[in-house]
Design a protein around this ligand. Structure first.
Ligand SMILES: Cc1cc2nc3c(=O)[nH]c(=O)nc-3n(C[C@H](O)[C@H](O)[C@H](O)COP(=O)(O)OP(=O)(O)OC[C@H]3O[C@@H](n4cnc5c(N)ncnc54)[C@H](O)[C@@H]3O)c2cc1C
Length: 458
């Protein structure tokens, strides 16, 4: 049963002259911003979530695979601890949402099968298995016969199958809707509903800049007027994080878009269920996945490309990408050709040079000393972006880490995720020097360590 609640009346979002007051302002309403906002609310804080198109960024496209095992790639072993930690938080995160009265998130503990099409794909998957096993992960080979007993619509021509029981799924669109639902619920007398915000939490505007006062971040200037005054501000607007004005001087957030095309298809009644496991395939060296949803649809993804298509902007879908996905999915599951194509979507993943998020407080450096010696953190500011191909999986961990930071705790395990790790050490200005008038341009990422984006699959 959901707890007794009262909902604040719907109010217009911040008007040009409005000043809203909250304990926490979250900039960006993707899965990351929503999860952080909910965790902050669960800590008893009032929260505003600022976004003119919530849920419409990378989160709109995501397949929602919660896949720490299949997502382990060469040279990304450092990310594994975070992915496993978040994977471990998912069951309670989903259960707590249900307890809070949210609708269906689509969280399912369906397993994953890694499937190879030809002999070279088999070798690649077995090599990867050796890396996964060395990290203590469970990936068990199945005979093709056993795999086809489990999934009768798999092609008999596949070269191998590996069972990955720990990789699960959620529906990111439903997840965001659920988080919006619970954020709009306020316990009577709790004082968490923010006057002037829709549902007591939402501001349907873009953030323009961070506000500063007495050397600390004091809130957010909105793009069409109005401000949000907040004790803590969390920058969680994905790819756009670096374009906010008023970021700390010298802080470089080197985010780059990695586009992905993704398809949604309906399975006709006579073919249901098409699959009971998520299938992650390697087809002649190219990754493809098929994620079966409970409602009888499947999601097929995901290409990756670093160049935007000319013309219709970031959401433009690549014809070649759609062709590749349908072609390769049919190699693994021939009945895909009988499905009804419902939707083609593309979005950009917010990637960083080392493929790990930019997550944490921003250290104050003794500006001008060149020593890079940290003198604490900039008060009132947390950064949570750069979740690349793992944002849905990592949402509960991001939320938990931010909650710790809000509560004044720091877990040394996540120190390596510092949002300042790509900034020149002596450049992040001390609070006594105030903010930059405008953000510094991102570093030239071509000169940085890059962990082979071709490994991209999610
Ligand atoms: C095709 C594809 C498949 C994927 N599959 C998976 C998967 O299976 N599993 C997985 O874990 N991850 C997956 N991902 C990655 C995942 O989608 C991202 O890591 C995640 O969505 C990032 O969430 P976010 O909230 O940081 O960013 P976004 O979802 O991009 O949200 C950012 C938000 O910020 C808002 N915003 C921007 N600028 C401003 C501003 N100035 N003021 C206010 N708001 C602003 C935008 O409107 C947007 O709503 C996939 C991504 C793609 C593209």
């Amino acid at each position: 049963m959901p707890p007794a609640t009262s909902n604040p009346p719907e109010t217009a979002s911040a008007s040009p002259a409005a000043v809203l007051h909250a304990d926490v302002a979250v900039i960006g309403g993707g899965v990351i911003g929503h999860a952080i906002a909910w965790e902050a609310r669960r800590s008893g804080r009032s929260v505003v979530l600022i976004d003119d198109a919530p849920g419409n960024g990378a989160s709109w496209a995501a397949a929602g695979m919660l896949a720490p095992v299949s997502e382990l790639h060469y040279q990304e072993e450092d990310l594994l601890e975070l992915m496993l930690a978040s994977s471990g938080l998912w069951p309670a995160f989903a259960a707590d949402l249900a307890l809070a009265g949210a609708g269906e998130t689509g969280y399912l503990t369906t397993p994953t099968l890694a499937i190879g099409a030809d002999a070279a794909d088999r070798r690649a998957l077995m090599d990867l298995r050796a890396v996964q096993q060395a990290s203590g992960l469970v990936v068990e080979p199945l005979t093709v016969r056993a795999a086809r007993t489990r999934e009768s619509l798999l092609s008999p021509a596949i070269s191998c199958a590996l069972d990955i029981p720990a990789d699960h799924q959620v529906d990111p669109r439903k997840l965001v809707a659920c988080l919006q639902e619970v954020l709009a619920v306020h316990e009577p007398g709790a004082g968490t509903a923010v006057a002037g915000a829709r549902g007591g939490f939402a501001v349907d505007q873009r953030a323009a800049a961070l506000l500063w006062e007495d050397g600390r971040v004091s809130g957010v200037k909105l793009a069409h007027g109005g401000t949000v005054q907040a004790r803590e501000t969390i920058v969680a607007n994905g790819l756009q994080a670096a374009s906010l004005d008023g970021l700390p001087e010298g802080l470089q957030l080197p985010l780059r878009p990695v586009y992905g095309d993704i398809l949604r298809l309906a399975v006709p009644q006579h073919l249901r269920p098409l699959l009971t496991s998520t299938v992650r395939g390697m087809v002649h060296g190219v990754p493809v996945y098929i994620v079966p949803r409970q409602d009888g649809t499947v999601v097929i993804g995901a290409t990756q490309r670093e160049d935007a298509l000319a013309g219709t902007g970031d959401g433009a879908v690549s014809a070649g990408g759609v062709y590749q996905l349908l072609r390769d999915a049919q190699v693994l599951v021939p009945a895909v050709s009988e499905l009804e194509l419902l939707e083609c979507t593309a979005r950009a993943r917010p990637a960083t040079p080392d493929n790990a998020p930019l997550l944490g407080r921003v250290p104050v450096r003794a500006a001008g000393t060149g020593s890079g010696h940290s003198t604490g953190n900039i008060a009132g500011l947390i950064v949570a972006t750069g979740f690349f191909r793992h944002g849905v999986l990592l949402a509960p961990a991001a939320a938990a880490i931010c909650r710790d930071l809000l509560d004044g705790r720091t877990d040394p395990r996540w120190g390596a995720l510092s949002p300042a790790r790509f900034s020149e050490k002596h450049q992040v200005a001390g609070t006594e020097h105030g903010p930059a008038g405008a953000p510094s341009p991102p570093k030239d990422i071509s000169s940085m360590k890059d962990l082979d984006p071709q490994k991209e699959t999610a």
